[in-house]
Design a protein around this ligand. Structure first.
Ligand code: UDP
Ligand code: MG
Length: 348
């Protein structure tokens, strides 16, 4: 059981099907946290894994009382899983880090130290060395941050991912945001809390494969852009205005050509123009649709994750439900005892 008193530090670790890396993570993270000499909890957010992750977490928990397991009912995605962890974390300070050891746990004490020394509410882990990342990942990441700064998220520190330390005040501010699909690496800087940075070398994934295929990277980019800027909507307006001016010019040209007896330019150019405008209109509609979709989902207020179970609410006399659930098949309804269930939906 984690100590009932509020810990000084919470470490939130989102994980989706990380059975390969989990033993390595426990072996690296635990000595660092034990060495801090402060009360802590680790909030492992199991983002609906269907592999052995829940079983491994349950067995790790028997040996590591500070480990707390928050299981989400279904895969909610990296950002929503972190949000779930932030809402559950109880520490005065909260660190979020990836499960795959790309964010070295040894930096956590430096982050705490930097926060205290500089009186900062947020300490960003900044990647000073990304040589372990693929060239594709490095280039897309650089383009992402440059693009986001250009369209409005000016405070986003370069090369800062989701490895960061936040004070209780910052976490409360994040939890209070009503916005869906929040992209934390942009939302947190925008809150404007005093911050510091700690550099670290981004390691290669310790085991397993990336859970961020291109489609998810695109989704994150769309969430970032639409969450932070109205520029694309204005772009649609500019397309529309430019198109209108061009159309008027073409009309004048056609009229003059007719009056002076010249034949109007041929069929091909007409088709090209119609097609080009069709494409611009569809593009503009698509951009609007992205924002309208967000308005709709905000109105629906459907939670972006559901907590199935939080090991904090077990009593020590109870049989560990996660183990039984995992043996029975983690997704079988009723695999967990009724009183340990937490079907309360949470919003990010
Ligand atoms: N992750 C998650 N839910 C998902 C996808 C990923 O909780 O739907 C976790 C994953 O287990 C890892 C972190 O998010 O701890 C970052 O994912 P990953 O390392 O696969 O991304 P990459 O480093 O390749 O961008
Ligand atoms: Mg990774």
């Amino acid at each position: 059981m984690p100590s009932p008193a509020r810990p000084v530090l919470s470490v939130v670790v989102p994980m989706f099907e990380e059975e390969d890396v989990l033993p390595l993570l426990v072996a690296r993270l635990r000595p660092v946290l034990d060495g801090l000499g402060e009360a802590y909890e680790v909030v492992a957010v199991d983002d609906g894994s269907r592999d052995a992750t829940p079983v491994l977490l349950a067995s790790a928990r028997r040996r590591w009382p500070q480990l707390r397991v928050l299981r989400l009912r279904a895969n909610a995605g990296h950002q929503a899983a972190i949000s779930a962890g932030l809402a559950a974390a109880r520490g005065d300070w909260v660190v979020t880090l990836d499960a795959d050891l790309q964010d070295p746990p040894e930096v956590v004490p430096q982050m705490l130290e930097a926060a205290r020394a500089h009186d900062a509410d947020v300490v960003y882990g900044v990647r000073t060395d990304r040589s372990a990342d693929s060239a594709f990942k490095r280039h897309t990441a650089r383009a992402f941050y440059a693009g986001m700064r250009a369209i409005g998220a000016k405070d986003a520190p370069d090369a800062a991912g989701d490895y960061r330390l936040m004070s209780r005040a910052t976490v409360e501010a994040v939890n209070a945001l009503p916005e869906e699909h929040r992209v934390l690496r942009l939302v947190v800087p925008a809150l404007g809390f005093p911050s510091a940075t700690v550099g670290y070398a981004r390691a290669a994934r310790a085991a397993g494969r990336s859970k961020y295929p291109l489609s998810r990277m695109v989704r994150l980019t769309v969430d970032s852009v639409t969450g932070f800027s109205l520029a694309p909507l204005r772009l649609a307006t500019w397309f529309g205005l430019g198109g209108f001016v061009l159309a008027v010019g073409l009309l004048a040209y056609a009229l003059v050509a007719k009056a002076t007896g010249h034949t109007v330019a041929g069929w091909t150019s007409t088709v090209v123009i119609v097609a080009a405008f069709g494409a611009l209109q569809l593009l503009s509609l698509g951009i609007m649709g992205e924002y309208v979709g967000r308005i709709y989902s905000t109105l629906q207020r459907r939670p972006s994750y559901y907590v199935a179970h939080d090991s904090l609410h077990e009593t020590s006399a109870e049989h560990d439900p996660t183990v039984r659930a995992a043996q029975d098949g983690p997704d079988r309804p009723g695999a967990r005892p009724e009183h340990a269930r937490q079907d309360v939906p949470h919003r990010t």
